[in-house]
Design a protein. Structure first.
Length: 119
């Protein structure tokens, strides 16, 4: 939703590449693929890293999630459907949404635990 609103408000055209590997219509900034996968993987990374029992597991999980995010971003540039700044902005939007989602889930869990203690 945030990405769609930003695309409409900013109205940045897609790159004019002679050979796009895929055809995509609509505006370019920010990258919807990058923001969506980043939001999902940020929330997933935070959840799985919290559950990890060792520092090594946390590092591996962090690197794994970061590589997936970077891979999707790179693919959007490689396909010629986004500028690098579109991808960076999409990642920033995704991180913000992922952090917000994780925070909301944690808040709900904490509130539930407090209510259980008060009963």
């Amino acid at each position: 939703m945030i990405t769609r609103v930003l695309k409409i408000v900013l109205g940045r055209p897609r790159p004019a590449v002679a050979e796009q590997l895929v055809y995509v219509a609509g505006y370019s900034f920010p990258s919807g693929h990058s923001s969506g996968i980043t939001a999902l993987l940020t929330a997933t990374a935070l959840h799985t890293i919290e559950a990890a029992t060792t520092r090594a597991q946390r590092v591996v999980l962090g690197i794994f999630h970061a590589l997936l995010i970077l891979g999707v971003g790179w693919s959007r540039i490689y396909l010629g459907v986004h500028y690098p700044t579109d991808v960076v902005a999409g990642i920033c939007v995704g991180v913000a949404c992922g952090l917000a989602a994780h925070g909301l889930l944690r808040t709900r869990t904490i509130v539930r635990q407090i209510r259980a203690l008060l009963r």
